[in-house]
Design a protein around this ligand. Structure first.
Ligand code: RNT
Ligand code: ZN
Length: 425
């Protein structure tokens, strides 16, 4: 058993921490009020290694691969919901759940992706309603026979492209039905695996096809109170090492010229030393809203569980410092099958929330003043000192107040659930 902290100690530590932050002009209580309003969208696919529940035979996973074989993965939608509920009970705040089209429930009937309807997600919608959370959505343009060539929306064959266009149109309608039912817009994200393993001769034609497909998909306007469309770029993938059709430049250009379309930035989808934190302030000058797929690449787009890294902290700082939170939808994207999958969700989401708290506790005015007056010495010195202020005491108090386990105690709950539920599957 891991230690469970004493409530009295948590409160005393918080009141000391509050005084310390006040010295820097920061109101820790206010930071916690703001934090409680920020939803993080948990990616459903961490719960079952990006499997889905369709049973469509396909040779190609679109370059997405979860590694590991930790026991207990969710094999049905009910199991995935049960695991997600367990996860939510270990994370402070109210969050969202991000589904893929391959997680539809068709009652045993084979329904191809271009024929999916909101009714195939009605159990997900009812579940989300009962928890009071929002849903996000993604068409699944991989793990399907018509994606085995590695090309979908940019395929040279208009019939294949047409199938995927129809799937994306169906997905937008499902997104809108979810958003309408839940009273909070669903962010519907288009990511395609399209690309080439080896050096292409024609880099242009697939991009022309992709532009045309997107024009068709997005032709019908949907109420932004119900559905928000977004497109996600990538640099390379397994099987698309030499060329990715939907590159950053492609989607940046496309989103900038299409009013109302969002852009998704995945932290694993750029050069390994490039960080998405630096892109946010540029992009939000040209597009209205962003979705983030917060992930952690280790040497490549490996989708490791998110941790409280410098990269993550920098992302949260950008969102808070420039008041971008209302324009940025924070989603997670990782899948690790080598550890307990619920622990992966909890670790990654708690790290994201901690990073936001750290940013909310920053005396930004003080730092900005130093910068504006050209005192870069003070800027650097302060940034370093701030790193060791008592973030932990504020975080623990937040968890206590939100009724979720404090410190490492959540691991006890995960181990118990593993014994009672996961290992019996
Ligand atoms: C793939 C993209 C994409 C997927 C999910 C499953 O590289 O990051 O977002 O991870 O759609
Ligand atoms: Zn992603």
């Amino acid at each position: 058993m891991l230690p469970v902290m004493n409530e009295k100690n948590i409160e005393t530590a918080f009141s000391n921490a509050k005084e310390i932050y006040a010295l820097y002009g920061v109101d820790a209580e206010k930071a916690l009020d703001t934090l409680a309003q920020i939803p993080v969208s948990l990616n459903c696919w961490q719960g079952d290694d990006v499997g889905g529940f369709e049973n469509i035979a396909s040779a190609d996973g679109g370059g997405i691969q979860a590694t590991g074989n930790y026991p207990g993965k969710a094999k049905t939608a009910d199991q995935l919901r049960q695991d997600a509920e367990k996860t939510f009970s270990l994370i402070p705040g109210r969050h969202r759940f991000n589904l893929h089209a391959m997680y539809g429930e068709t009652g045993g009937k084979k329904v191809d992706r271009d024929a999916l309807l909101p009714e195939h997600f009605s159990r997900w919608i009812d579940w989300a309603k009962s928890l009071g959370i929002g849903l996000d959505f993604n068409p699944t343009c991989f793990a399907h026979p018509l994606a085995d060539s590695g090309m979908t929306l940019s395929h040279a064959d208009p019939k294949v492209r047409g199938f995927w266009v129809n799937h994306c149109i169906a997905s937008r309608k499902i997104g809108a039905a979810m958003g309408k039912a839940l009273g909070s817009p669903t962010v519907t994200n288009i990511w395609i695996p399209d690309g080439m393993k080896d050096i292409p001769v024609d880099r242009l034609a697939p991009r022309e096809h992709l532009r045309q497909s997107l024009d068709q998909i997005l032709e019908e306007p949907l109420n932004p109170k119900h559905n928000l469309d977004t497109v996600e770029c990538k640099l390379f993938g397994i099987g698309s090492e030499s060329y990715v059709v939907g590159s950053h430049e492609f989607y940046m250009g496309y989103a900038a010229q299409r009013k109302g379309l969002l852009l998704t930035l995945d932290s694993g989808h750029f050069h390994p030393t490039e960080t998405i934190a630096d892109k946010i302030s540029s992009i939000l000058l040209f597009v209205d809203e962003l979705q983030l797929h917060v992930s952690r690449g280790v040497r490549w787009d490996s989708d490791h569980v998110v941790i409280l890294s410098d990269d993550l902290k920098a992302i949260a700082e950008e969102l808070v410092r420039h008041n971008f939170l209302p324009r940025v939808h924070i989603g997670l994207d990782f899948f690790d099958a080598s550890i307990n999958r619920i622990a992966a969700w909890v670790t990654g989401t708690r790290a994201m929330i901690k990073a936001l708290l750290l940013a909310l506790l920053e005396p930004t005015d003080l730092l900005r003043k130093a910068e504006q007056s050209g005192d870069f010495t003070a800027r650097l010195g302060l940034i370093e000192e701030l790193k060791t202020l008592p973030l932990g005491a504020v975080w623990e108090y937040y968890c206590l107040n939100q009724g979720v386990p404090v410190g490492a105690a959540w691991l006890n709950k995960v181990k118990q659930y593993e014994k009672d539920v996961l290992l019996k599957r």
